[in-house]
Structures are given as structure tokens and as C-alpha cells.
Design a protein around this ligand. Structure first.
Ligand SMILES: [Zn+2]
Length: 199
């Protein structure tokens, strides 16, 4: 039997389902919610409800959005013929921070991972394939992670999307800006040499 009152035990159980939240953290969060003003607890509950009720995936790019098409796909100032493919919606914010990308996105919601039983059929690719097949795209930038899964995904996509007239590019990988070659591991160094550019 739980040593907490039933509503408290239920809240702890629900919090424990969140990624990165173990039993101890779930208890701490539950007690924090219990002690906080009723208005704060209500606002949290309302925000959770709202996110499920109003957010969905953009029909063009799979970004999480409250309007369809999303802000990027519906923007008149963005180049829809340049598509940057990312694994997760959160990756978009990182690219946006550069303020130098003015194309649109495509979110896969994952990457190919045989170890975790994720195959190509589980990626959300069909709406990107359609855009490419309809001749709506000039360049696809594959910005999946520089991991085994991200590389496998990029290789798969380059095979699937290859068409005459379509430019397929992969983001550069190598030494982080501001770091020192002396402390760079050999794989990163190799990637840096492979990805060199002409000056
Ligand atoms: Zn979109």
C-alpha cells in the first residue's frame, strides 16, 4: 500500500511517466505542486490540457504547431524550395537561432535505429517525398544528428529522395568552433578533413 494519500500517489505516478523523472524527483515535484498556490496548480493543469487540445503536426512539415500549415510553411518570406530535414521539432529552434536559414523544415520525429526497433517505415517521410516528387523542392539539407542513427537516416533519405535536378546536402561535421585541434578525437578530426571546403 502507498504511504501517500491516494490523490498524491496518483500525481507521483503520473509524474514518473515523464522522461528523466525518477521516483524521488516525482515526489519532490508532487509536493511542490501541493504547496504551490491553487492558481499555479490550475495553470499547470490547464497548460497540459491546452497543449494536447490545440497542438498538432503541420501537414506539410510535421512541425508541432497550433496553426496548419505552421508558421514556417505559411511564411511568405521563407524559401519553400529549400528544405532542412531534422530529427526532432526542438532542432528547429537551434537552427533558427543562427538567423541564417530562410528555407523551410521537415521533421522526421525520430531516426532509424535497429537497436531500438525503429525502421525507415516509422519515420514521417511521405509528405517530404511528395513535395520532392511534385518538383516543389530544389535542395534538401539533411540535418540529422552525427550519430550512427542520424547517419543511417541520412543515407536512407538520400537514397529515397534522389531525383534529377534535386540537390541533396548533408550538414558539415567536425571540430566545434572555439575548440582546439589538440583535444579533438580522431573521428571528429577525420570528419573535419572529409568535410573541408575550398577557400
Ligand atoms: Zn510546417
Amino acid at each position: 500500500m502507498s504511504r501517500f494519500a491516494e490523490p498524491m500517489a496518483r500525481l507521483i505516478e503520473e509524474l514518473k511517466k515523464l522522461p528523466g523523472i525518477g521516483g524521488k524527483t516525482a515526489q519532490r515535484l508532487a509536493f511542490h505542486i501541493l504547496r504551490s498556490p491553487a492558481a499555479d496548480a490550475e495553470a499547470l493543469a490547464a497548460a497540459v490540457r491546452e497543449v494536447k487540445a490545440s497542438l498538432r503536426l503541420c501537414s506539410l512539415c510535421n512541425n508541432i504547431t497550433d496553426i496548419d500549415p505552421c508558421v514556417y510553411c505559411s511564411s511568405p518570406t521563407r524559401n519553400r524550395r529549400l528544405v532542412c530535414v531534422v530529427e526532432e521539432p526542438t532542432n528547429i529552434a537551434t537552427i533558427e537561432k543562427t538567423k541564417h536559414f530562410h528555407g523551410v523544415y521537415h521533421v522526421l520525429h525520430g531516426s532509424i535505429s535497429p537497436v531500438h526497433g525503429v525502421g525507415p517505415e516509422q519515420l514521417r517521410v511521405s509528405n517530404l517525398t511528395r513535395r520532392v516528387e511534385n518538383g516543389e523542392v530544389d535542395e534538401v539539407i539533411l540535418a540529422t544528428n552525427p550519430t550512427v542513427e542520424g547517419e543511417a537516416t541520412a543515407t536512407y533519405l538520400s537514397q529515397q529522395l534522389r531525383r534529377a535536378g534535386l540537390k541533396l546536402t548533408r550538414i558539415a561535421m567536425g571540430i566545434p568552433v572555439g575548440s582546439d585541434i589538440e583535444y579533438t578525437d580522431e573521428i571528429t578530426m577525420l570528419k573535419s578533413i572529409e568535410g573541408r571546403r575550398e577557400l
